[in-house]
Structure formats: structure tokens, C-alpha cells
Design a binder for this molecule. Structure first.
Ligand code: GDP
Ligand code: MG
Length: 149
């Protein structure tokens, strides 16, 4: 017999989603949550947080030294971020598909960045959302944004 829904065969997959300060400022937090939920993923945690320099240094460690690093951190400090843990099989690549390409000008219509984002002529791509890019990144980022979850 197939396993009952309450006893999944595989551990549930989780990703960290951030509605970045541009998305929160523009009132798009609900729209991003709606897209996650209507896709069929579950919200495991949602919290509005103002990031600290220490949190961002850890979160964006892979980008340290790149030309967009300082403007990226400054942007991420410019207002509150909605931190979300979403779960469901395939949610890590699945949310990256929902988000679309990093550059909102190139992101396909139908994606969050493609439908809702644009180039504002700034030093950093203000592209509304973040999504973890691998199981290792997801575990690391969830521990940073939701210690104890
Ligand atoms: P993501 O995984 O699609 O968010 O992209 P990355 O992990 O490569 O980059 C992290 C964030 O840095 C992006 O979401 C953008 O906000 C910003 N960023 C990345 N690449 C560039 C770039 O080439 N130019 C600028 N201006 N910003 C960038
Ligand atoms: Mg990334």
C-alpha cells in the first residue's frame, strides 16, 4: 500500500524565500505568498524581519568581492524583508522557476520577476525575491533566517 499522506517516504523539502525590501515596499508580499500557495507549496514559516549587516554577510557570503556586493547589502538593509520557509517536493527548483531569471528584464512573463519587476537603473538588480539554489543553501539559509526552526 502507498504510505499515508501523514507519513511521507522522503523528508519534506524546504526552501528559503525572501520578499526583498523592494517587494515589501511595493506591497507585493501577498502576491508572492499567493503564487507560492497556488502552486501548491505550503508555508512553514513567515516573518517580517529587518536584516542586519551580520545576517547579510553570512547570507550573501558567496558574492563577497563582486562589484554588486556592496550595493546589494545596502539595498537589503533599506527596509524590512519578508522571510518565508516554503515546503513541498521539488520546492527548491520549483520556487526558482516561479521567481524567474535574476535580471527582471530578461525574466520570462509568468514569473514573479518577469511579471512584477523591471530595471530601475540602479547598481543592484532590485528583483523582488530570493530563493535558495540547492539543498545545502536552503539548509544554511533557513538556519540563518529562522534559527531554531
Ligand atoms: P539569484 O540567485 O537569482 O538571486 O542571483 P545571485 O545569487 O546570482 O545574486 C544575488 C543577488 O545579487 C541577485 O538576486 C541580485 O539582486 C543581485 N545581482 C546578482 N547579479 C547581479 C549583477 O550582475 N548585477 C547587479 N547589479 N546585481 C546583481
Ligand atoms: Mg542566489
Amino acid at each position: 500500500l502507498p504510505a499515508a499522506p501523514s507519513t511521507p517516504a522522503q523528508p519534506v523539502e524546504r526552501t528559503l524565500v525572501l520578499v526583498k525590501p523592494d517587494g515589501v515596499r511595493r506591497g507585493l508580499s501577498g502576491e508572492v505568498l499567493r503564487r507560492i500557495e497556488t502552486k501548491g507549496y505550503t508555508l512553514a514559516a513567515v516573518e517580517l524581519k529587518h536584516a542586519t549587516p551580520e545576517l547579510l554577510a553570512a547570507h550573501y557570503a558567496e558574492h563577497e568581492g563582486k562589484p554588486f556586493y556592496a550595493p546589494l547589502v545596502e539595498f537589503m538593509l533599506s527596509g524590512p524583508t519578508l522571510a518565508v520557509v516554503a515546503e513541498g517536493q521539488g520546492v527548491i527548483p520549483g520556487f526558482r522557476s516561479l521567481a524567474g531569471a535574476t535580471n527582471p528584464t530578461e525574466a520570462a512573463p509568468g514569473t514573479i520577476r518577469g511579471d512584477l519587476g523591471r530595471d530601475w537603473g540602479l547598481k543592484v538588480q532590485q528583483n523582488l525575491v530570493h530563493g535558495s539554489d540547492s539543498p545545502e543553501s536552503a539548509a544554511r539559509e533557513i538556519a540563518l533566517w529562522f534559527p531554531g526552526l
